[in-house]
Every structure is written in structure tokens, then in C-alpha cells.
Design a protein around this ligand. Structure first.
Ligand SMILES: [Mn+2]
Length: 334
């Protein structure tokens, strides 16, 4: 069955996005619901995802304040359209138990396909080379010969601008899509403004305090910084990377007996050193703070009970040791 006949023949359609749905997911869902409404005037569409990111809420409020997104699935659907995800674990705990029927599930996504995609959907539209799911949705409008409304154009442009980090990761095809959306009535200035987020005052103060208390160390030419804050450790980490650190490790102690560690590194640091913050730094630090740590190569954290400052000191030693192992100095080579 074609996507057209699936949409035309389904009276009730569920558009399902991933957990903490970002502007690409939410805008794709909203634009797809509109496209479905064009194909099936009597049809009923529901938009569902576990939660919506703050920025995505902001974009919806700007362009489509009447769009409703719910957090749970109620009732039955004739068709499920999974958007900006192709793996069930991405839906979050609450929606994980939903039973997908592959013949009645469409997947529209730009991430690398999950090898078990056939168990989820018989109708996957997965284009890993697309900048965003919104870009795939525009192609779908074209294929189905449906014109994009100014509202849908703005939503789709917001998703593209967000997922490409303001066209940093764009291709000629992406720019071509953007021009078409502008011609369809997208409001570029409002799109850009809708994607600007200013953190709350308390978060900005935490970032500034993190910077004020910074310890800067140069380890094998890499700038490694450590600091402590009450809360907003992850946000502080990101801001320190933006300031120029290669690695940032921030300890937080939001209340007595609670220690949280957060860390970030640049892609360049991981590519050149192979140091995985989750495995090489946060896992051992989890023990130091009497808790548990782990995460990704470039972003990792740990939660525990005590020894925050000790952990920050140990983190430098761990990085120093890992660098010594991975990059032996020439004078150490015999
Ligand atoms: Mn996306």
C-alpha cells in the first residue's frame, strides 16, 4: 500500500514522536497531521509523545498554538505514524509497551535504521542522508501533490533550522527545501526567534558561578576544566565547552548527601584521544562518590552521596592516566 492509500483509508491516525520531542519531531508531526487532514477531511489525528522539549513547546506556541500533543495513547488507531525515531525504546517508558502492528505502522525518520525495523513497520520511509525528518515531510508533500500551508511551512522550516543547527549541517538539498518553504510562506524571522532559548535566571547564575570557580588544567595540550555548582551541572558543562574547554567536569551538590557529576568533551577530544568520558571517567568516579556513573563518550555523568571535590581532583588524574596510556610520549617509547 502506498502512503497515500494508507492515509486516505485510515479514519484514525496516531502520530507518535520520541521522548522529549524536539522541534524536528514536533514540527514533523504537526505538518504530517495537516497533510493527513488534506487527504482525509473526515480523519481524526492525534499527536502523542512522552514529553515535549521546552524549545518545541515554544515553536508550537508561535506557529500552531491550537495543536494538542498528549502524553498517552488512548483508544485505537487504524494507522500509527512514527516520526523522527525508528526504535521503540525511544518512546520512553510509558509508551514502550504499545503494541505496534507492522502492517499498520509507518515510520518517517532520518536516523540510521534499526536492524529490526521490520518488526515495527512494513512501511518505513527512512532517509539517513536527510538533514531532518522535516525535510522528508516536505518531499512527501511534493510526492502527494499537496501544497504546504504557510503555517506548515514555518513549522517545517523550524524543524530544519533546529536539526541542522542553523544550517551548519545542511546540504544543497536542505537549502533548496528551505527556499521552497520560504516561497510557501514560512516566516523566517519568526522561525529563528522561536528557536532562541534563554535559560532561566537560576540556570544562568549557576553557569556564571561555575565559570567563576573554574580550575583550569592543561593536560597534554588539552584544556580540562573542573568546577562546582549547586545545580545545573549539565548546563554548566555545556557552557564551559562553549567558552573553550576541551573537557569540562562539573560537580553539583543540590542537597546534603547528594552528589552529581556531569561531564562533556568536544568531538575533537574524543576523536583524537579515544577517551570515553562514560567508561574512562564517570564509571570510576561513581565509585569515588559512592554511587554509580556512566554515559556516552562525549557526555557522561555520575550520581552518588559524597566526595564531590575529591572526585573532581580524581577526574583530572583519570584523564591524565588515560592520555598517558593512549598517547605515549615519544621519550617513553623505547
Ligand atoms: Mn530529527
Amino acid at each position: 500500500m502506498t502512503i497515500r492509500s494508507l492515509l486516505e483509508s485510515s479514519p484514525r491516525v496516531l502520530f507518535l514522536g520520541h521522548q522529549n520531542a524536539d522541534p524536528d519531531a514536533i514540527c514533523s508531526m504537526a505538518a504530517l497531521a495537516e497533510l493527513y487532514g488534506q487527504l482525509n477531511r473526515q480523519g481524526h489525528a492525534d499527536l502523542v509523545c512522552d514529553d515535549v522539549s521546552r524549545l518545541a513547546v515554544q515553536v508550537l506556541e508561535k506557529f500552531s498554538p491550537t495543536t494538542k500533543v498528549s502524553a498517552s495513547i488512548e483508544g485505537d488507531y487504524d494507522l500509527v505514524v512514527v516520526v523522527d525515531a525508528n526504535n521503540t525504546f525511544q518512546f520512553g517508558e510509558r509508551l514502550q509497551s504499545f503494541q505496534f502492528i507492522p502492517s499498520k505502522t509507518v515510520v518517517i525518520d532520518h536516523h540510521e535504521p534499526n536492524p529490526d525495523i521490520a518488526q515495527l513497520s512494513e512501511h518505513p520511509i527512512i532517509k539517513s542522508d536527510a538533514s531532518s525528518t522535516c525535510e522528508i515531510v516536505i518531499e512527501l508533500y511534493d510526492e502527494l501533490g499537496i501544497s504546504v500551508s504557510p503555517t506548515a511551512a514555518s513549522l517545517l522550516l523550524a524543524g530544519i533550522v533546529f536539526d541542522t543547527r542553523r544550517f551548519f549541517y545542511a546540504t544543497g538539498g536542505t537549502l533548496d527545501c528551505a527556499v521552497r518553504l520560504l516561497r510557501a510562506g514560512a516566516d523566517y524571522q519568526t522561525v529563528i526567534n522561536s528557536l532562541v532559548s534563554k535559560p532561566d535566571r537560576s540556570e544562568r547564575i549557576a553557569r556564571l558561578k561555575a565559570a567563576a570557580r573554574l580550575r583550569i588544567q592543561v593536560v597534554d595540550d588539552w584544556i580540562v576544566v573542573t568546577t562546582s555548582v549547586g545545580a545545573f551541572e549539565a548546563s554548566a558543562c555545556r557552557s564551559l565547552i562553549e567558552l573553550g574547554a576541551d573537557v569540562a567536569i562539573v560537580g553539583g551538590s543540590p542537597s546534603k548527601g547528594v552528589v552529581r557529576l556531569s561531564s562533556r568533551s568536544t568531538n575533537e577530544f574524543y576523536a583524537q584521544t579515544g577517551i570515553n568520558l562514560g567508561r574512562d571517567v564517570m564509571e570510576p568516579l561513581g565509585v569515588v562518590i559512592e554511587g554509580i556513573g556512566g554515559g556516552h563518550p562525549n557526555a557522561a555523568g555520575a550520581n552518588g552521596k559524597r566526595n564531590r571535590d575529591k572526585a573532581l581532583a580524581v577526574s583530572i588524574e583519570l584523564i591524565r592516566d588515560a592520555l598517558a596510556k593512549k598517547l605515549p610520549h615519544t621519550d617513553e617509547v623505547t
